[in-house]
Design a protein around this ligand. Structure first.
Ligand code: AGP
Length: 612
């Protein structure tokens, strides 16, 4: 979603800001802008559309002079994408410029108040209210800019990460965080601000994460932070140890493809250190056996693909733990009066660790007394920091909007968690657990085998890429896998696609199957293979064109009925979705490629969804 980059130093700010914004493009945006302190004035430039438009307009930033500035990529919420609605938003005198991630919920009320005071508004954004309100408190000259910002914060409600410049204080920038991530970076003779560490990694690896309610004043000499009472505080400085290359394409045409191909390595990182002598070792956890034995249920809460991981988890974990496992969409969770208490372990899954719906669900679960264990990819992210326990997926930076390696590693970590708990609860046969763990160690190799055969999947994509509607069907874990396959296809190729539990077809959806309708039938779950076959026959009888996914051992049998078959190596049933997802990702990728779609940045989508 929206991205923020700020710089206070001795070099020209604009090229640094544009380069940093470029690294945030993957988050999804529809316009971009920068503001730079040029003498005692703010030089503000904005453009709807791709960052390249802004960059070309400013000759890569060389046309703007000044060493203090802030930049933004906007994903429209209040007001359509346009030059005027882009950030920075500027106060009426032009003295205050604000970039903002999040939503000011009471902006309408504040806007009405300011308009009554004669303040004219130029945009439809909620952000302009912040710029105008800061100026309203500042312009009487009785308070300095920091105090004016503090007064504004007392009035605004909602979620915000703010970067604020004031023409009268051209040597500094003010940053504020509430419910939207913001990171400080420390360089030699310079300071940085960013909503995502990738934006500043080229310049510094020393960072600090602002907490909710924190305000920071950035200067060349360093950063002074304050808590919500405006008392000075010290922030812990962390060192980012991953390479910037990990967030670059490295010769691949798309991040998504690179990240699909990185899955074997990501699985090695997520799984290998956590299996020792045939047992799961989760050194990062501090749950006691007493607490685990007292659990009444698990609640998995997440959005999108992370939710789909939870759906696989429901089948897998309920079976091996003999405990109810509920799965909820985070956006629904807090409004459904969930039955959660201190005997519920709430497992929160999020790649970014910043999804606002997921964060809100986490807080609600906490309020209800549950312990929170999160499965997160981004180290130091908000969800990780607010959880009682964190299991990192160690997938490395994921840039493409469509998640791939994060899904695979989340699933592996969730399976490991289930196996770990099953030992303490004594609910799973030890020999079976051992088999699953041994097979988990083989996942990377098996995944490599699947990826090596990518041309086969490319062939199927070429056969089906111009279909306009696709159904994914499957039972049990294959149904859960279908949800992810379907989402992947629709989000990057814009093909209408739906996933159904195969048994549900006859309750309505089968009426949509006609001559040539593409049905991707998932039949990797051996126990229900015969039932999967019956459903395929039902579809074929009605003219459906069936592309099936199954295991190598069932390939021949499947080929007798389906129009096309993709076969993946056999594995323990629990692990089939971890392998089965790879061909579905590749299928979506190639289909989107053949349809000429913007694969890494699909329309209307954002990598990190920080609005409700
Ligand atoms: C998946 O390809 C999507 N980009 C999306 O559904 C994503 O999984 C969802 O927004 C949740 O994000 P999170 O894992 O960062 O919380």
């Amino acid at each position: 979603m929206c991205g923020i980059v700020g710089y206070v130093g001795r070099e020209e700010a604009a090229p640094i800001l544009l380069e940093g914004l470029g690294r945030l493009e993957y988050r999804g945006y529809d316009s971009a802008g920068i503001a730079v302190c040029t003498g005692k004035q703010l030089s503000v430039h904005k453009a709807k559309g791709r960052l390249r438009i802004l960059s070309d307009m400013l000759d890569g930033g060389r046309l703007v002079k000044g060493c203090v500035g802030v930049g933004h990529t906007r994903w429209a919420t209040h007001g359509a994408p346009s030059d005027v609605n882009s950030h920075p938003q500027v106060s009426r005198s032009g003295k205050i410029a604000v970039v903002h991630n999040g939503i000011i919920e009471n902006y309408a009320e504040l806007k009405a108040f300011l308009q009554e005071q004669g303040v004219p508004f130029t945009s439809e954004t909620d952000t302009e209210v912040v710029a105008q309100l800061v100026e309203y408190f500042y312009e009487d000259g009785k308070v300095d800019i920091l105090e004016a910002v503090g007064r504004c914060l007392h009035r605004i409600e909602g979620a915000y990460a703010l970067g604020i410049l004031c023409a009268d204080a051209p040597e500094q920038m003010i940053a504020v965080r509430k419910d939207s991530p913001l990171i400080l970076g420390f360089g030699d003779g310079c300071s940085f601000l960013a909503s995502d560490v990738t934006a500043i990694l080229r310049h510094t690896r020393r960072v600090a994460y602002l907490d909710d309610g924190d305000t920071a004043v950035l200067t060349r000499e360093g950063v002074q932070c304050y808590n919500y009472l405006m008392q000075p505080i010290e922030k812990t400085v962390s060192y980012v140890d991953w390479e910037i290359d990990a967030a670059e394409k490295g010769g691949y045409e798309h991040f998504m493809f690179k990240e699909i191909m990185e899955q074997p390595e990501a699985l090695r990182r997520a799984v290998f250190p956590r299996i020792r002598d045939g047992e799961v070792v989760l050194e990062d956890l501090s749950l006691t056996n007493k607490y685990i034995r007292g659990l009444h249920k698990l609640y998995i809460v997440a959005c999108g693909s992370s939710y789909h991981v939870g759906m696989v988890g429901k089948y897998n974990l309920e079976r091996i733990l003999r405990l109810p496992v509920e799965v909820a969409l985070a956006s629904e969770f807090r409004y459904m009066e969930p039955i959660v208490d201190e005997h519920t372990l709430v497992v929160v899954i999020s790649q970014s660790g910043e999804t606002l719906d997921t964060m809100a669900a986490l807080r609600e679960a906490k309020r209800l007394g549950a312990k929170i264990l999160s499965i997160v990819n981004v180290v130091g992210s908000s969800i990780a920091r607010e959880s009682d326990e964190v299991l990192y997926t160690w997938a490395g930076p994921e840039i493409a909007v469509a998640t791939t390696k994060a899904y695979t590693t989340q699933l592996a970590v969730l399976d490991l968690l289930g196996l770990y708990l099953s030992k303490i609860l004594g609910t799973m046969d030890a020999a079976e657990r051992r088999t699953v763990l041994d097979e988990m160690l083989l996942l990377p190799e098996k995944m490599e085998k699947i990826l090596e055969k990518k041309e086969d999947i490319q062939y199927f994509a070429s056969r089906y890429f111009n279909h306009n509607s696709v159904f994914f069907i499957g039972r049990n874990i294959d149904y859960a896998l279908g949800l992810e396959g379907s989402l992947k296809l629709k989000e990057i190729s814009y093909i209408h696609s739906e996933a159904y539990a195969s048994g549900e077809l006859k309750h309505g959806t089968i009426s949509l199957i006609e001559e040539g309708t593409l049905v991707v039938a998932l039949g990797t779950y051996g126990k229900l293979f015969d039932k999967a076959m019956s459903n395929i026959v039902e579809v074929k009888t009605r003219g459906g064109d069936v592309l099936a996914l199954t295991t190598e051992s069932r390939q021949e049998e499947m080929a007798k009925t389906a129009n096309g078959v993709i076969a993946i190596p056999d594995a323990h049933p629990m692990l089939m979705p971890s392998l089965g997802v790879a061909p579905l990702q590749l299928f979506s990728y190639y289909v989107a490629l053949m349809r000429g779609c913007d694969i890494d940045k699909p329309r209307n989508l954002a990598k990190s969804v920080t609005v409700e």
